[in-house]
Design a protein around this ligand. Structure first.
Ligand SMILES: C[S@@+](CC[C@H](N)C(=O)[O-])C[C@H]1O[C@@H](n2cnc3c(N)ncnc32)[C@H](O)[C@@H]1O
Length: 273
């Protein structure tokens, strides 16, 4: 593709930047906006009044949706705080297919004493039309050997579902990224590639384009690249833009040469003799 906006993350306000993207050119909007929980992203986007936040959300939704192809989809990360209001906004404009619960696998330690500790994010999956793109086979989870063995009776032989694996369902238990995790960048709410790649594979055709209005550390761009899709997006904070550029450059770099295993002492003397 030769378009100047493809495979770019623009370091600017998403609302202004959307004008760069032609209407009807995006296969998948996959976005993780500020949740308005008071986080410091180096801007005030997560520290708005409730009214401001919901008005702003409706504004970017209305600016982004015309960019989608008719058979396109949208995933949005939220939490219980504002998912009810924002899902209603989206349901007026699209068809809701799933509410996916991301169980962040938070260990049981202390936490709230006047309510139950919240350990999940809420993800909405929306489509425009009945013939939306969806490739379940690309994200099926293989059955383990034990399950396959338990289903080895003749009635199961040749059962396609046993061979192709199971539907990931709508409860995704994937650990959040710890400080020590090799994937971890310096961003407070970075999402794991495992989750984003599942959405990209299922809902964006190969060579299609994924739009993320709020790139953060660039996880959506990385996932698109690793899955052979194109991306476009925006990020306000220049420090995060630098992280995105670094991550994308690393994805382009050839893998480091494999370290040679040290030769055991006994063998070494044989080689030398
Ligand atoms: C929840 S984080 C995204 C994290 C990302 N999914 C990741 O894995 O790293 C939201 C990001 O939106 C950015 N942001 C907030 N308002 C913005 C705007 N108007 N335009 C572009 N980016 C914005 C913030 O700076 C923040 O990095």
């Amino acid at each position: 593709m030769t378009d100047t906006w493809i495979n770019q993350v623009f370091c600017e306000d998403a609302l202004a930047g959307l004008a760069r993207i032609p209407d009807g050119s995006i296969d998948l909007i996959l976005t993780d906006p500020p949740y308005n929980l008071g986080k410091d992203y180096g801007n005030a986007s997560d520290q708005q009044t409730v009214d401001e936040y919901l008005r702003w959300t409706e504004q970017w939704i209305d600016a982004a949706l015309p960019k989608l192809k008719p058979n396109g989809s949208l995933y949005i990360f939220l939490t219980w705080r504002f998912s009810p209001e924002i899902f209603v906004m989206l349901k007026k404009r699209m068809t809701m297919m799933n509410e996916i619960i991301w169980d962040r696998r938070v260990p049981s330690m202390g936490g709230s004493v006047r309510s139950f500790s919240s350990v999940h994010d809420t993800i909405g999956f929306f489509v425009r039309r009945k013939d939306y793109y969806f490739d379940l086979d690309s994200v099926r989870i293989p059955y383990d050997a034990e399950t396959k063995k338990a289903r080895s009776r003749s009635i199961f032989i040749g059962a396609k579902w046993l061979e192709v694996g199971y539907n990931p369902k709508d409860l995704w238990s994937v650990s959040r990224l710890h400080r020590e995790h090799p994937e971890r960048a310096d961003h407070p709410t970075q999402k794991p590639l495992e989750i984003i790649e599942r959405m990209v594979k299922a809902s964006c055709p190969p060579d299609g384009v994924v739009l993320d209005l709020f790139m953060g550390s660039g996880t959506t761009a990385m996932a698109a690249k690793r899955c052979g899709r194109n991306f476009v997006g925006f990020e306000l904070n220049p420090d995060y833009c630098a992280i995105i550029a670094e991550r994308l450059a690393m994805a382009d770099a050839p893998p480091p040469p494999e370290k040679k295993k040290p030769v055991p002492r006994a063998k070494r003397s044989l080689i030398n003799s």
